[in-house]
Design a protein around this ligand. Structure first.
Ligand SMILES: [Zn+2]
Length: 486
């Protein structure tokens, strides 16, 4: 038995064909050509835009010319991950699929059900003669997995619909109705390298092995930020002991909660005991505060050789104060959906860069654009007051949850009628392509869902076979309900 024997056969047949076409993110010519030949084979019009997104259009069925139009959307790229013993070539080899009980997986590689199955459902819908409804579009975007490139560059003519069904969610029975937008703020101090004062003794303070995590979905989990802690430690020392700051290094990626931080300070030998007392008291305090979430935190204060130069005292002091007071963590919870983080910020990193620069990055997220900007403006103001220059980059829009959305309520009724239970309705505090579609089509009404996938982005990626039938029946029901909508 192969996956083409599974039901619903139209979906599995198309998914099988997709698995035979290599499509790692960044190398999508083959899958784009396959999509074009799919449209031609079915006599459907299609459009390719300047970044390579493909839209395939099916006209309304006779009698449904006035019905609402629906876009079914997925991304054409897949994450290319394989087991260390696999010699799979993602640029040339087809994915080998294996049926394993109730699951389909690949042979030591990612399966690409994220989002090949979403795409297969979209293509099955636009070619199923039994679905009688208004005009449909299947939209396949490029490089979702490597920065939402396709969705970021979408133009309104690629989104010809009143409703959009994003088929890139991974939990059977869950409908997603919101996501967070993002924006990176970068603050830069210019410092003067200054000769280290003679006679000082130097110590490296390090806060290591914190839990870390995703700066959106883990921001409300109570993990400590190494960047915030090192600034707080330096600020605390500064109240009692004068010191020279030789270097500081904290965090890494802007979308990760910082796990490690280090700073080297030089003090008068007479203050050595005082430093030990302050450091030990600080460590005891934070170990107590984070005893539930940071069990592996490793804090050290170690004597090191004196460096030749240090950061000038004035800049060091302003840097420490600014990072100490800069916002970090959950800023507001959603009033539309209980338990959802609406707005947060991650004070991600402090780095010394060539050209005598100290660079601080923060990443703000919110479903509400104006709240995201409020945080960006706060960060800008704090660092400007401290004498840094501040720029913003990489901004993208969120998707504000609307529990009164028409397509949501149609979908809830369909799920309830099919399976006798209400689906879960959720929003996530991370990015999705939907927010970017809203930027060009602000009135589009959308939901995101999809059959159950496990361990996506890993060679254990697998898809639950019964959930594909449910997801397909759900899609057909939604399209029929939209066609009958008054
Ligand atoms: Zn995906």
């Amino acid at each position: 038995m192969t996956i083409t024997d599974l039901k619903p056969s139209r979906v599995w047949q198309i998914f099988h064909e997709i698995t035979q076409v290599p499509r790692p993110s960044g190398n999508l010519d083959k899958i784009r050509n396959w999509l074009v030949s799919f449209a031609q084979k079915h006599g459907l019009e299609y459009k390719i835009d300047q970044v390579g997104n493909v839209a395939i259009f099916r006209p309304a069925a006779p009698g449904f010319e006035n019905a609402k139009k629906v876009v079914l959307q997925g991304h054409m790229d897949m994450v290319a991950e394989k087991a260390s013993n696999s010699n799979h070539d993602f640029n040339n080899d087809p994915i080998q699929t294996i049926i394993d009980g109730e699951w389909v997986r690949a042979n030591n590689t990612t399966l690409g059900a994220d989002d090949g199955l979403g795409l297969a459902i979209a293509l099955a819908a636009i070619t199923d003669p039994d679905i009688k409804c208004g005009a449909l579009e299947a939209l396949a975007t490029v490089d979702e997995e490597t920065g939402l490139t396709g969705a970021s560059n979408i133009k309104p003519d690629m989104l010809q619909g009143d409703y959009l069904l994003n088929l890139d969610s991974e939990d059977d029975g869950v409908i997603t109705i919101g996501c967070a937008g993002g924006l990176v703020s970068i603050a830069t101090f210019d410092y003067k390298p200054t000769p280290a004062q003679a006679g000082l003794i130097f110590f490296e303070l390090s806060l290591l092995s914190l839990h870390g995590g995703h700066s959106g979905t883990d921001i409300n989990c109570g993990y400590a930020s190494a960047t915030k802690l090192i600034a707080r430690l330096l600020w605390t020392i500064k109240q009692d002991i004068p010191f020279q700051l030789a270097c500081i290094d904290s965090g890494n990626l802007h979308n990760a909660i910082s796990r490690d931080a280090k700073a080297v300070i030089g003090i008068n030998p007479a203050d050595k005991e005082k430093l030990a007392v302050i450091f030990n008291r600080f460590v005891a305090e934070i170990q107590n505060e984070y005893r539930h979430t940071e069990k592996n935190m490793d804090c050290r204060c170690v004597s090191v050789d004196a460096p030749e130069t240090v950061i000038d005292c004035d800049t060091a002091s302003r840097l420490i104060d600014a990072v100490f007071v800069a916002p970090h963590g959950v800023y507001s919870m959603s009033l539309e959906m209980e338990g959802l983080v609406e707005t947060s910020t991650n004070l991600a990193s402090v780095k010394m860069r060539p050209g005598n620069k100290l660079v601080i990055e923060g990443f703000h997220r919110s479903a509400v654009e104006s709240r995201k900007m409020e945080l960006a403006n706060q960060m800008e103001t704090i660092f400007r007051l401290a004498g840094a220059s501040v720029t913003n980059e990489g901004g993208y829009q969120g998707w504000e949850p609307d529990t009164n959305s028409r397509i949501l309520n149609i979908a809830i009724d369909c799920w309830n009628n099919l399976y006798g239970v209400k689906p879960k309705v959720e929003a996530i505090h991370a990015g999705l392509e939907c927010g970017l579609f809203l930027k060009v089509c602000p009135h589009m009404d959308m939901i995101s869902y999809g059959p159950t996938l496990k361990d996506v982005h890993s060679p254990q990626e697998r898809c639950h076979i019964p959930a594909v039938q449910k997801g397909w029946d759900f899609t057909v029901a939604i399209l029929n309900a939209v066609a009958q909508e008054k």
